[in-house]
Ligand binder design. Structure first.
Ligand SMILES: Cc1ncc(COP(=O)(O)O)c(C=O)c1O
Length: 393
C-alpha cells in the first residue's frame, strides 16, 4: 500500500459531478473574471467564518499582503509573528516593507506564545500576526488583550484553519483582518490558487477591494481620500477623478480569485464541515492509537475545536522514523524543516541558532502523517501499524 500525505484527487472524486458542473457553467458563460460566482462566494465564506466582508484574491500570501497594506503597515513598521509557520506569513510582512519580529511558540499547541509578545513590542510595532497552525487555534483571548492594551492591529493567518473554532465559534479565530488560503490541499481548497481577507471593518474591506485591482475605482478613490484626511492633508483639486477601473489611486496589485475557482469553492464550502469532521475523526483515532507509545500526539489549545489541516507527531528520532515510513509506503514530512528566523531570505535580520528554542526543536522532532478526510479505514489502519512499527529497534 502507498498513501499520499495529502490526496486532492480523492477529494475531487467524492463530489466530482457537482464541481465539474459548476466549472463547466462558468466556462460556457464567458464570465471568467469577477461576477456573481465570485461575489457570492465572498459573501458565503465570510458568513461561514462569521465576518461581515470577504475580499477574495489570488492566494493566501496576497491576502496577508492586502491586509497589511489596508492597515497602512509598511516601511519602518514592525509586525510580531512566529517563525514556526510557512514562509508566506513573514514573506508578506517583508513584501510590504515592514520587518517581521519573530517570537517562539507554545511547547504544547505549537501556536504563538502570548507570554512572549510584550517582550517583542517596540515603538515601531504596528501589529501582531499569529498563525492558527496546523488548524489549531492560538490563545485568542490572551493575544486580543495584549493587542488592545498596546493599541496594535491583530491580523490572523488562518490559511491552515478554515473550520477551526475557538470558544465554540469560527468567528473567534478572527482579528481585525484575517487571511485564508484556498491552496488545493487546504481544508477548503480550490483547483488552483485562491485566497481571501475577511473582516468586519468596512474601511479595511474597501481598501483591500481596491488594492487587489491596481488601486482603482470607487474604493480606490475612497481609500485615497481617507488617507489624505487621516494625514490632515487637503485632497488635490487637479487630480483626474472617476470611478471606473482606469482611474488608479493606489499602487496596488493584480490579485483576483478566478470565477471558475469561486464556483468550485461555493460547492466545496457546502461540504466543509463534513471535511473537517473527517479530519477530526482520523485525528481522534490516531490519538487513541498512539497514546501509550513514545510519540507525543497533537494538543488542541484550550477552548479549541481543531480542524487538523495537519496531524503531526513528535519524537526525538523523527528523521529515522520518517525514513522508515517513506520506505514502507506512508508519505510524511516536516512542516516546516527550516524555521523562518533561520531561513536564508531573512539572514539580514540577524537571528541565530538558539534564538527560538521551541521552534527549532519542533523543526527537528515533528512530522506530519496523512490525515485527509477521504482516507479509507484500511489505509488508516495501515498508517497506525506502520507508525508503531517505525519505533521498533
Ligand atoms: C500558514 C500559511 N500562511 C500563508 C500561506 C500562503 O497561502 P498561499 O499558498 O495560498 O499563498 C500558507 C499556505 O501554504 C500557509 O500555510
Amino acid at each position: 500500500m502507498k498513501i499520499q500525505l495529502m490526496n486532492v484527487q480523492r477529494q475531487h472524486e467524492t463530489y466530482s459531478a457537482e464541481y465539474e458542473d459548476a466549472a463547466i457553467k462558468v466556462l460556457r458563460s464567458g464570465g471568467y473574471i469577477g461576477g456573481t460566482e465570485v461575489s457570492s462566494f465572498e459573501e458565503e465564506f465570510a458568513r461561514y467564518q462569521g465576518a461581515k466582508y470577504g475580499i477574495s484574491c489570488g492566494n493566501g500570501t496576497d491576502a496577508i499582503v492586502l491586509a497589511l497594506r489596508a492597515l497602512g503597515i509598511g516601511h519602518g513598521d514592525e509586525v510580531i509573528t512566529v517563525s514556526w509557520t510557512f514562509f508566506a506569513t513573514a514573506e508578506s510582512i517583508a513584501a510590504v516593507g515592514a520587518t517581521p519580529v519573530f517570537i517562539d511558540v507554545c511547547t504544547d499547541t505549537y501556536c504563538m506564545n502570548p507570554k512572549l509578545i510584550e517582550t517583542a513590542i517596540t515603538s515601531k510595532t504596528k501589529a501582531v500576526l499569529p498563525v492558527h497552525f496546523y488548524g489549531n487555534s492560538c490563545d485568542m483571548d490572551a493575544i486580543k488583550d495584549i493587542c488592545k492594551k498596546h493599541n496594535l492591529y491583530l491580523i490572523t493567518d488562518c490559511a491552515q484553519a478554515a473550520g477551526t473554532r475557538y470558544k465554540g465559534e469560527r468567528k473567534n479565530i478572527l482579528g481585525d483582518a484575517s487571511c485564508f488560503s484556498f491552496f488545493p490541499t487546504k481544508n477548503l481548497g480550490c483547483d488552483g490558487d485562491g485566497g481571501m481577507v475577511i473582516t468586519d471593518n468596512e474601511e479595511i474591506a474597501r481598501a483591500c477591494r481596491s488594492l487587489k485591482v491596481h488601486g482603482s475605482g470607487k474604493d480606490g478613490l475612497w481609500t485615497l481620500k481617507r488617507e489624505y484626511s487621516i494625514q490632515g492633508k487637503k485632497f488635490p483639486e487637479n487630480m483626474p477623478v472617476g470611478e471606473s477601473k482606469y482611474y488608479n489611486y493606489l499602487i496596488g496589485y493584480n490579485s483576483r480569485l478566478d470565477a471558475i475557482q469561486a464556483a468550485i469553492l461555493r460547492k466545496k464550502l457546502v461540504h466543509l464541515e463534513e471535511f473537517v469532521d473527517g479530519r477530526r475523526r482520523n485525528a481522534e483515532l490516531f490519538d487513541e492509537a498512539f497514546k501509550d507509545t513514545e510519540y507525543i500526539t497533537p494538543v488542541a489549545g484550550n477552548n479549541t475545536y481543531h480542524s487538523y489541516y495537519i496531524y503531526a507527531l513528535k519524537h526525538n528520532n523523527a528523521q529515522l522514523i520518517m525514513k522508515r515510513l517513506q520506505e514502507n509506503g506512508v508519505s510524511c514530512g516536516t512542516y516546516y524543516p527550516v524555521p523562518l528566523h533561520l531561513q536564508g531570505a531573512f539572514a539580514s535580520l540577524g537571528y541565530k541558532v538558539g534564538d527560538l528554542p521551541v521552534t527549532e526543536e519542533l523543526s527537528k522532532t515533528t512530522f506530519a502523517i496523512p490525515v485527509f478526510p477521504e482516507m479509507y479505514d484500511e489505509e488508516r489502519t495501515f498508517i497506525i501499524e506502520q507508525v508503531k512499527k517505525a519505533l521498533e529497534d
